[in-house]
Design a protein around this ligand. Structure first.
Ligand code: SF4
Length: 312
């Protein structure tokens, strides 16, 4: 780990070698999604503020990027909703000005995009990956469990406003929660919303490790493919599947899976335990855990004290 604000580079399913920038304390978010793999939201808020010192984040980025690391993206993501940081725009602007050779991605739940200042803050990024899991108020509340002041209609209008103003690429993610947003009615509304936003691509995702709520189940591959076929976008829709040969991605550290496997051979651990033992950010360890799960070498089990990982 380079600093407590940066993690990686991690091998990302969607972004290749990605240096993560985490501007939000765990776990601060405007949503409390039933499927969240980071755990329950403990600071449920729409309040934008300087959650971590902007100067320290910029200094950490400067130190890291001055060594010219091989990266596909610098990605604003992490332990919650990154646009809650009130100075995210200054940090993006710093990278763009000082290190224009790097591409910037912003992973966001899209909840604050109806605020003009939030859109302005992210306009100079190269890629925005908002999520949009519902297009009706009822399903929005059931899946994303937003702060009381957020409405589905406002979130959708923020996404449409972003699409009009933004010159970079928008990849829209829809997380399918069977029984909630896979009904013909909700999918028709989602399709309408996608058509009005016109993202470059729609990415269909589902649970691949235990989420916050035990009742959330993954959608089957066949149903995901069927849903993906419903969406039109210039590049169509795709189901997010495990990246092939992630180990070959720049930034993939072989020592971290080895540490995880050696630790789990002794006892099951949570992601937080493993993050501390391996000395890497929680988000970074999560990526490696995902690779090991996809390889069938470890599994996640829900226990009273949380999600534990163990050898298969
Ligand atoms: S928006 Fe993301 S971080 Fe926030 S609760 Fe939902 S999945 Fe978790």
């Amino acid at each position: 780990m380079i600093s407590s604000y940066l993690f990686g580079p991690v091998p990302s399913r969607r972004l290749g070698a990605s240096l993560g920038v985490d501007l939000i304390p765990y776990k601060t978010c405007s949503y409390d999604c039933v499927y969240c793999e980071c755990g329950p939201t403990t600071n449920h808020t729409c309040r934008r503020m300087e959650y971590v010192p902007t100067g320290e984040v910029i200094a950490a980025l400067d130190t890291c990027l001055s060594a010219s690391p091989a990266l596909d993206y610098i990605t604003f993501a992490g332990s919650g909703e990154p646009t809650l940081h009130s100075r995210i725009g200054e940090i993006i602007a710093f990278v763009k000005e000082r290190y224009p050779e790097y591409r910037i991605a912003v992973l966001t739940n899209g909840s604050l995009l109806s605020d003009r200042r939030v859109r302005d803050a992210v306009l100079s990024s190269d890629l925005i990956l908002p999520s949009m899991d519902a297009a009706s108020e009822e399903i929005f509340r059931q899946i994303n469990r937003p702060c009381a002041e957020l409405t589905c209609a406002a979130v959708l209008s923020g996404l449409r406003a972003l699409a009009e103003e933004y010159s970079g690429e928008i990849l829209l993610e829809i997380f399918i929660v069977p029984g909630l947003n896979d009904s013909p009615e909700e999918l028709a509304l989602l399709r309408e919303a996608v058509d009005s936003i016109e993202p470059v691509r729609v990415q269909i995702n589902t649970l691949d490790r235990p989420g916050v709520e035990a009742w959330v189940r993954p959608a089957s591959p066949a149903s995901l493919e069927g849903i993906a076929a419903l969406f039109g976008a210039p590049d169509g829709a795709e189901v997010i599947v495990p990246a092939a040969a992630r180990e070959s991605t720049a930034g993939f550290r072989q020592d971290i899976p080895a540490t995880i496997l050696a630790t789990l051979a002794r006892r099951p651990c949570t992601a937080d335990d493993l993050s501390q033992i391996a000395g890497v950010h929680r988000n970074e360890i999560s990526k490696y855990l995902l690779v090991l799960q996809e390889e069938g070498r470890i599994e996640a089990v829900r226990e009273k004290r949380g999600i534990f990982f163990r050898l298969t």
